[in-house]
Structures are given as C-alpha cells and as structure tokens.
Design a protein around this ligand. Sequence first.
Ligand SMILES: [Zn+2]
Length: 251
Amino acid sequence: MLSDQELLRYSRQILLAQVDIDGQLRLKQSKALVVGVGGLGSPVALYLAAAGVGELHLADFDTVDLTNLQRQIIHDSDSVGLAKVDSAIKRLQAINPEITLVAHRQALDEDSLAAAVAAVDLVLDCSDNFTTREAVNAACVAARTPLVSGAAIRLEGQLSVFDPRRDDSPCYHCLYGHGSEAELTCSEAGVIGPLVGLVGSLQALEALKLLAGFGEPLVGRLLLIDALTTRMRELRVKRDPGCAVCGNRHG
Ligand SMILES: [Zn+2]
C-alpha cells in the first residue's frame, strides 16, 4: 500500500499511465545496488531515492575528496573526508525519508559482492575501473540479476543494460572482455561533470523502467555519447556464445 504522503510525493510519475499505482508499488518493493557513489552514482542514487525505490544499497569504500566535487553532486564541501556512503546517505535521507538505505563501506571481495548482488533485484555499475566492472558483471550473471552499466571518460560516455534473465542478452564481458582503454580512470584522463550526470541519469531511467516494468530497456544495444558534438550513436551488441562469463549459461 502507498500512504497519502507517498501518493503525493510520487504523484507526478504516478500520473504516467506507464507507471501508475502498480508501477509505484513495484518500485517501493524493489531493491537496487549502486556500486560506486561517485560521478555516475550521484545522479543514480539521487533519482532512484527520489523516485521511491524501496531499498537502495550503496557500495563505496572511498572518502570524499575535494577533487570529486566538480562532478559528484551528491557530496558537498562539508563532506570532504567523510566516507562517500555516509555522505550520500545523509543527502538521500533528507530527500526521501520513506526509503531504506543500506551501506557497504568496505571493498567487496568475491563472496561479499555475491551476497550484495543476491540481496537486490537490480545492480547499477557506477564504478570507475575495469576490475570492479568485471567482478560486478560476473556476480550479476551468476545471480541472473540485471545490470545497468554506465561509463564516462574525457568527453565520451557509454551506456548499456545487461539482463542475464534473457537468453539474447550479452553480458559486460561479451562486449569489453578484450580490454581496450578500460583501465584509464577519470582521475587520470579527466572528465566533464555534466557528461557523468547525463550517463548517470540515463542509468537511473533504465533502472526505473526495469523495476517498474515499462518501456523498452537498452538490452543488446550500446549507446555512445559524444559530448563534444552532442551526438549519440547506438550499436547493436550480441551475446558472445564463447564468452568466458556467460557462455555456459543455460536458459
Ligand atoms: Zn558474456
């Protein structure tokens, strides 16, 4: 059930036929894990909390640094030195006291990551490095949990959704298993703030669609965003039958 306060708080999205009361209830009953509360994780956590996703799990072992504030808009100057997860939770509680927030302040190893993924319905990868992305993907494939993956570096952004519940869906490793410049991070290569905001907002949008059950998710499609020209391209991406992570999966 939704309280009168909740009906008011979420009224502008409940007005949408695609969401309605049923979709809002599905959001309330949903649990999502946000891996990384930085540039991508900031808009993701802010929008999912504001939209009423019932349980938001936040994972980040880092503390807020002054160099983060140019793009990590969930944190503020008073939060410098605090654990990112604690800084984020303070802000999210102020935005929406109706939801439950769960903190993972330690780095997740294979077992704790598997447990963290098993506890939720959907995962958003907002991390900044290839090793974490591969580990999160493997855990999502094993648990058959949908993964909304975003990345932004310099002036380029990428977005896709991997849904191991679907036989036709590739996984992160199908696409990126061969490397490329994935090891570069924003702290080394630089990035512009609104671009991570854009990619993170699109991640939040895809998550709300999957959790509330409307629209067409970005599965089997890779969205490429060029901030220099404000152009977006879409590539079809196929599942790799020989993929070391999802290749032996049986439908
Ligand atoms: Zn794969």
